[in-house]
Design a protein around this ligand. Structure first.
Ligand SMILES: O=C(CO)COP(=O)(O)O
Ligand SMILES: O=C[C@H](O)COP(=O)(O)O
Ligand SMILES: [Zn+2]
Ligand SMILES: [Zn+2]
Length: 309
């Protein structure tokens, strides 16, 4: 069973009014927790790797772990580069066996974003790899660069159409009020659904992507804070908003922060309650289980993609 692209996954998700989860992976336990969940739920799955993850775990380790996950689970998995910042990193992932890459040219002016995206699309499509691009800017932390919310600009619907037509890109990440990290909203959570509706009407049958889409589940924030952590006022995208987005053309929902919180909450709790433990397996096993249960919950109740593998 080889790695697959997201082409078929998105087509089914678009028609079926649900979304596929794209989960960031950095090590074996995170991969196993997510893949076990997808297997239990028989859900479609995208595993994504950031530049930071590639640096931390090394390309070859992540590649082999994901290949092992495919072999062990029998699932079709899409392996995606998250936030590729230039042509070189996209090329290196395409050459190295990824089935999908993101070229994130959102920090560049419109014409430059189009040019760099087109270049990646040409290289990728010739090799059977699909491409995600981004238009508009999210607030929050991205690759250690903090984009202040003032500089974040929402995606312009007409520009989105021109961008897709001129680049031939396979999916587009849009900015409608989500942001990366654990502190997404100071006040009430709010997304610009009117904008999403416009974009989605102007781009029929085209998969949109939502970054910064963790819910920042209070259960895990509370556990972190109870067992010695300090993540005050963390807040994410409410689950009902994500469900709604999945019915409006959003086919890929990116989740990293919720994985980090679930894993850290579990480890903090375990070590606080078992101060004598020092075998990493003793705390990584429940951490892997926490990730699995959290991802199963997302697939069933938020992405609505259980049984759609
Ligand atoms: O968009 C993401 C990765 O590209 C992750 O977003 P979160 O920080 O909301 O999990
Ligand atoms: O987009 C951000 C993702 O959460 C990846 O984060 P990272 O660059 O720290 O691996
Ligand atoms: Zn971006
Ligand atoms: Zn992102």
């Amino acid at each position: 069973m080889p790695l697959v692209t997201s082409k078929e996954m998105f087509k089914k998700a678009y028609d079926g009014l649900y979304a596929v989860g794209a989960f960031n992976v950095n090590n074996m336990e995170i991969i196993q927790g997510i893949v076990d969940a997808a297997k239990d739920e028989q859900a479609p799955l995208i595993l994504q790797v950031s530049a930071g993850a590639r640096k931390y775990a090394k390309h070859v380790y992540l590649m082999k772990l994901v290949e092992a996950a495919v072999e062990d689970s029998g699932l079709s998995i899409c392996l995606h580069l998250d936030h590729g910042e230039d042509f070189e990193i996209c090329k290196s992932c395409i050459d190295g066996g990824f089935t999908s890459v993101m070229i994130d040219g959102s920090k560049h002016p419109f014409e430059e974003n189009i040019a760099i995206t087109r270049k990646v699309v040409e290289y990728a499509h010739d090799r059977g790899v699909v491409v995600e691009a981004e238009l508009g800017r999210l607030a929050g932390i991205e690759d250690a660069v903090s984009v202040s919310s003032r500089d974040a600009t929402f995606t312009d619907p007409d520009q989105a159409v021109e961008f897709v037509q001129r680049t031939g890109v396979d999916s587009l990440a849009i900015a409608i009020g989500t942001s990366h990290g654990a502190y997404k909203f100071k006040g009430e959570p709010m997304l610009d659904f009117e904008r999403l509706e416009k974009i989605s009407k102007l781009l029929p049958d085209f998969p949109l992507v939502l970054h910064g889409a963790s819910t920042v589940l209070p259960e895990f924030v509370d556990l972190c804070n109870t067992y010695g952590g300090h993540v005050p006022g963390a807040k994410g995208v409410p689950e009902d908003m994500l469900l709604k987005a999945g019915k409006m053309g959003v086919c890929k929902i990116n989740i990293d922060t919720d994985l980090r919180l679930a894993m850290t909450a579990s480890i903090r709790k375990h070590l606080a309650e078992n101060p004598g433990d020092f075998d990493p397996r003793q705390y990584l096993k429940p951490a892997r289980e926490a990730i699995k249960n959290m991802v199963k919950h997302k697939m069933k109740n938020v992405l609505n993609c259980s049984g759609k593998a």
